[in-house]
Ligand binder design. Sequence first.
Ligand code: GLC
Length: 584
Amino acid sequence: MRVIPAVLCLLLCQIFSSYAQQAQPSVKNSPTIISTGKDDPWWQHAVIYEVYPRSFQDSNNDGIGDIKGIESRLQYLKDLGIDAIWITPMYPSPQVDFGYDISDYEAIDPQYGTMGDFDVLLKTANSLGIRVIMDIVLNHTSDQNPWFKESASSLNNPKRDWYIWRDGKNGSYPNNWQSWFGHSAWTLDPKTNQYYYHYFYTQQPDLNWRNPEVRKAMYGIMRYWLDKGVSGFRMDAVSRLFEDVELHDDPYLPGYNAFGDRNIQHKYTDDLPEVHDVFRELRKLADSYPNHPVLIAEADEPTIGDLSKMYGAQSDEVQLPMDFQIADVNELSAPRFRKLFAEVENNPAHGWPEYFFSNHDQVRQWERYGDGAHNAQIAKLMAVLELMPRGTPQMYYGEEIGMRTTEPARKEDVRDPIGITGWPKEKGRDGERTPMQWSPASPNAGFTSPSVTPWLPVPPNARTVNVETEKSDPNSLLNFYKALLRLRHTEPALLSGSYVTINPDDQHVFAFLRRLPAGSHGRDVLVALNMSSQSQTIQLRVPDAKHGSLRVKVLVSNYAVPMSSLDLDQTILPPFGAVVVAVE
Ligand code: GLC
């Protein structure tokens, strides 16, 4: 890049920053939920937003977020451009795993409110055009669930076979299977002298999905929520529903994990073929409802081939398996993103992609993709990467304002049990679950009353990183997200255009086109992302187009770019520059 004298640079920056503002439409968002039937369902056009209820908004000043709190923020989500919220579990639970240990699947935990509150939330959300997606934990229950209590009560209890019980071997565990959360996956029940299996915490015994009564009970629960009008489920840990009946030992891998256990491949407890029978049954159930409920699978699959199987050979299984491979690239690499997006685009099942970068289980994208020097710029680039490809994007609360991961400083502050077992190597997931930062108000950022101690501390940066402050800054990340979300809902090429990779060999710039079908009216949308810390000059090669004859208009960019003068033959992208351009 040419070196520009400081004064000139200042002047140009001022001019450009006004262009950049123009490049972000200021019109109010008006998200539309488009539902045109089975072949073009609403969830293909929806933007999903994950709400972690403990941390979103506290309405009764007990330091824990709740349903009424979520309800009070629906208008914010509507203005942002959200079409559906996925709420992590709010069912009664001992909260060992903060809701993922359910003791009653057809009720609401009193700390979050009442069923009446939930009904009001659902109604209000729907009246705003926001759908509600429940989180359903099919793999396991809480050990305080009456089913497990019955099952554990005697060897011949009718519910004994609802869970996985086995005798020990040579005075020890039945085999070497390990819990995802550390140590053996078997716990001895002294009363009946058998071990029960738990893929996760000891307090989360796995259900036996080979037992038809378990399936019937779970499907009944799902109907209960669908009858209320929810729009689908995010299905927790579903690849783990079945385990090898012969209890083969899992193979060991080199090294040790944060809990001090030998690394292991979960070969006999993950992705067993029977899971597809369940997916088909679940899909039939979902398809029997007129509002086209969606099934989203937590699918941290090792390859796109494995992920693709979740759609089903006849597209009769899960509509949206979450793409963890794209979420976890964990470096800004144009070749890697290009390859992975191409793979999911060409998945053998022709399934619809679902993208995300952050959730309640992993370090936020701010740290995983930021380079420490350009994080604010990179956060905008990541927003473009998440929201512009073909597929359903899923956001995590707070990513739109650039919330950081704030890990506990001391072991005694940790709330997530794996952070206690794994300290200091594994500090748990508290860091990405801190309260939503609504306002600069000290000390609790509008999450709860200032006099209350929230369940997790509000990060100190809330004074500057918060909704209220960012709302009034035209160049904020929040307003950038709004601009992108508005585009997603209004630009035909982004709603229904295909995805075409361009400049396939570029090492630094990841670029693609959202292309309308030939003959249709409207314009294509070109997206270019400089994933390097150096400025890049690139010829953006739009296929089948005669360059020079194209009309080009910058729609959104994360840098100051003069709208009229972007030259596709010689586009200069600054470090981590991202631009969305209409071409016709
Ligand atoms: C899923 C959830 C995670 C939970 C685990 C056990 O991975 O996302 O938060 O701890 O399942 O239910």
